[in-house]
Design a protein around this ligand. Structure first.
Ligand SMILES: Nc1ncnc2c1ncn2[C@@H]1O[C@H](COP(=O)(O)OP(=O)(O)OP(=O)(O)O)[C@@H](O)[C@H]1O
Ligand SMILES: [Mg+2]
Length: 261
């Protein structure tokens, strides 16, 4: 469904993606891992069409996605209906005066009538158990509450692919647990999930395949998540686990001490 071939990207001279090759099939659950600045968010932005490759090709469902095509509003709307992006920082995603309008924004853009829009919004509010936020301004919600609204906005378009950038950041343990289970249920329902995370336990719980970036902005491993997490030497090399973790690797039961999920 997703094909990335020899993709390179730089932000005005700062290299962020270095010869990336990656194929993702419909229904997969992928974790993107790697140290700070390795290129995870950049790849997610590219998948969502916010940026386009400097060189190489990005194909979605056999069609090349280019900056030029995304300029066409009909193409862009259709593309964004199929692939939804939950930003790391919900503030950049929320801009309406109340939660109802915020979630209704996408469905309205798609040209649905108000009856359908209202049904979609209410379905999403109850799915995320946030009916009580319906008429509150998004900018008055807490960080975790905003994240739920941002997720509802994306789900309101019922996309085939969900892209989440560090979705657990700033969430309390109970909300993290809820979100992890929710993501697993979405994947079971057939959604393709692509999630960037520093959280090793989360990666193990919500993904079957893990892609590991190095500090040189290239992919250094692409394996079943459990297999990648067994390779402590590699995780240490790319700065994903530290000395403290390393000293415990001989333990029969390995725990990810460095993370609180
Ligand atoms: N808007 C930008 N302008 C210039 N450079 C940028 C910009 N955004 C990211 N970069 C650079 O691109 C590289 C990749 O950044 P990216 O945000 O993709 O990393 P990341 O893997 O998501 O890191 P983190 O784990 O900290 O979120 C970094 O060197 C970063 O400094
Ligand atoms: Mg990032």
């Amino acid at each position: 469904m997703i094909e990335i071939k020899e993709v390179t990207y730089s932000y005005s001279g700062v290299n962020a993606l270095n010869n990336i090759n990656l194929n993702i099939s419909r229904g997969e659950a992928i974790a993107l891992m790697g140290p700070n600045g390795s290129g995870k968010s950049t790849l997610l932005k590219l998948l969502n069409g916010i940026i386009s490759p400097d060189t190489g090709v990005y194909k979605f469902d056999n069609e090349e996605i280019t900056h030029k095509k995304l300029q066409d509003s009909k193409f862009s709307k259709l593309f964004h209906q199929r692939i939804g992006f939950v930003f790391q920082n919900s503030d950049t995603q929320l801009f309406c005066a109340d939660v109802f309008d915020e979630i209704a924004f996408g469905p309205r853009q798609m040209g649905m009538n108000e009856g359908e829009v209202e049904k979609r919004v209410n379905d999403c509010l109850s799915l995320l158990n946030i009916q009580s936020f319906k008429h509150r301004p998004p900018y008055h919600l807490s960080g975790g509450e905003k994240r739920k609204v941002a997720l509802a906005c994306v789900l309101s378009l019922n996309p085939e692919v969900l892209i989440l950038d560090e979705p657990m950041n700033g969430l309390d343990p109970r909300t993290q647990r809820w979100l992890a289970e929710f993501l697993v249920s979405l994947n079971k329902a057939g959604k393709t999930l692509i999630t960037s995370t520093h959280n090793l336990e989360l990666a193990q719980e919500i993904s079957g395949r893990a892609i590991l970036f190095s500090e040189e902005h290239s992919i250094v491993a692409d394996r079943p998540t459990v297999k990648l997490l067994e390779d402590i030497k590699l995780l240490k090399e790319v700065n994903l686990v530290d000395e403290y973790y390393h000293r415990h690797e001989g333990n029969e039961h390995t725990h990810f001490h460095t993370h609180n999920f």
